[in-house]
Design a protein around this ligand. Sequence first.
Ligand code: NAD
Ligand code: LMR
Length: 339
Amino acid sequence: MFRSVARSAAGKHLLRRGYSTESVPDRKVAVLGAAGGIGQPLSLLMKLNPLVSRLALYDIANTPGVAADVSHINSRSEVTGYVGEEQLGQALEGCDVVIIPAGVPRKPGMTRDDLFNINAGIVKGLCSAIAKYCPNALVNMISNPVNSTVPIAAEVFKKAGTYDERKLFGVTTLDVVRAKTFYAGKAKVNVADVNVPVVGGHAGITILPLFSQATPKANLPEDEIKALTKRTQDGGTEVVEAKAGKGSATLSMAYAGAIFADACLKGLNGVPDVVECSFVQSTVTELPFFASKVRLGKSGVEEVLGLGPLSEYEKQGLESLKPELKASIEKGINFANKS
Ligand code: NAD
Ligand code: LMR
């Protein structure tokens, strides 16, 4: 179904290049965990996205207030809040994209894997509902540990008979956002012009920024590349420590999540050459899931792009990350299959 975009000043301003301003398909997006630290600003940003026509905000508590608040913004989408498991099905029905930031965040001293015991069960339950109510939706997994929650989701969908590897994404955009920001600072280039692929996974050394492919080229010395790599890998911990027990990245994550969801919507709507890094089912390495550049299309992943040429330092980083990433993937698969 097609309908005209509301021609408010805000709507016109927010329409991005590559789109007709005349008609945009109806698209329903759900945010699961919408009342949380990420969920609230992400809901705001999705409300500002003119590609969204219906926005479903779901959480186990506090969604009515968030939904009422966000719904007053004069942008295209109709906002509905859903609270509690009995309303999850309604939130999901008809969804094109489901974004999942539900789950507990880290405190100082914790690894992302320390969140597994709580978040694995949350993700499993939510994905079972997705399989039932919107099996064709693109799923944007934000909940940590992403290296395990994505494999959990895949197993849940396989068991339900709905798995389509083109529709499941671990959101690693924040790693790219950080790599761009840190690189621009060191290379003294305009951050808006910077591109840096980040591959591997989303935890510690499994996050592998490919600064040898960064543009604009800056020819930074090896020690600066190593420092940039480490800062990108530890970016989440930098925020966790700065927040000193009050959670992890929420605002930058909401920004990153909104960018990735927007790319998914553009792909669904047929905009050509939409490419983002994401943790997806992959044959780029011997590991079953891997983050790399992905071309997005009308059915989700259109093409998983290869790694491109790597520096010696990056080749070493790639080999070093594989055992940890493999173990995290297997942990997720085992959890989904035994519980
Ligand atoms: P938060 O505690 O502020 O919010 C989480 C929300 O999830 C809460 O509102 C809570 O009520 C809700 N929730 C819990 N169980 C739920 C369920 N079964 N169904 C629906 N909602 C449920 O946490 P946060 O700071 O928003 O972080 C959320 C998750 O995102 C964490 O796991 C965190 O580690 C992860 N994260 C990932 C990235 C990334 O780059 N992928 C970045 C930052 C944070
Ligand atoms: C991040 O990278 O900021 C998130 O994965 C949250 C965390 O725990 O670091």
